[in-house]
Ligand binder design. Structure first.
Ligand code: URA
Length: 198
């Protein structure tokens, strides 16, 4: 099943990894994507944001979180003194579990997540962040290998490959459920405290 994903992802440098994702045909999403969506931001940073999958805008532009949810994410980053560019602020690196858009934004399927996960694992290994903020059920459940809902995982520090992980709601969910923004703010504060070793 892995024949169309290049071998050796776990040893790749950034250019090789980016090229491997751009050429990936490891799952059926390659047939319907317009662009792969690798990741964006400051690769030297200590903060990494992990989302679910590209949506329509991301698929068109080849960059994660460029639609409405992305604007909220940028505002959330600004609230903690960060930005995706890292220009004039601290930075953040942003990537999704899936690098290709599921048709009509349907949920990622387990075998798609399994095929794509080595890319995210390598991105984490290359960035070596002090903290990962996992946004939404799919990011959380695939990084932490759990079926527990976000509400039961928030508020404490988890680990992915040794890196502390904070769990929070997806910005698209927060757009629909603004009452939970206060909880997301608590989660970002916990991420700041954890990254700073408090
Ligand atoms: N939602 C995500 O999880 N990722 C994106 O890149 C855009 C929307």
């Amino acid at each position: 099943a892995e024949r169309l994903r290049p071998a050796g992802v776990a040893q790749m440098d950034w250019p090789a990894l980016q090229a491997a994702v751009a050429a990936c045909e490891a799952c059926g999403l390659c047939k319907t994507r317009r662009n792969t969506v690798f990741g964006v931001g400051d690769t030297q940073t200590d903060w990494m944001i992990v989302g679910e999958a590209p949506g329509e805008n991301e698929d068109l532009q080849g960059e994660p979180f460029v639609g409405a949810a992305g604007q909220l994410l940028d505002n959330m980053l600004r609230a903690v003194g960060r930005s995706r560019s890292g220009e004039g602020t601290k930075g953040a690196y942003i990537a999704n579990v899936l690098k290709c858009r599921p048709p009509a934004n349907r949920n990622p399927q387990p075998q798609e997540v399994a095929q794509c996960e080595p890319y995210l694992a390598r991105q984490v290994a290359l960035v070596k962040p002090k903290i990962i903020v996992a946004m939404g059920r799919f990011a959380v459940q695939s990084l932490l290998r759990t079926e527990e809902p976000i509400g039961r995982l928030r508020g404490r520090v988890h680990r992915y490959e040794g890196v502390p992980v904070i769990v929070t709601y997806h910005p698209a969910y927060l757009l629909r459920t603004p009452a939970d923004k206060a909880k997301a703010w608590e989660d970002l504060c916990l991420a700041m405290e954890t990254a700073e070793g408090l």
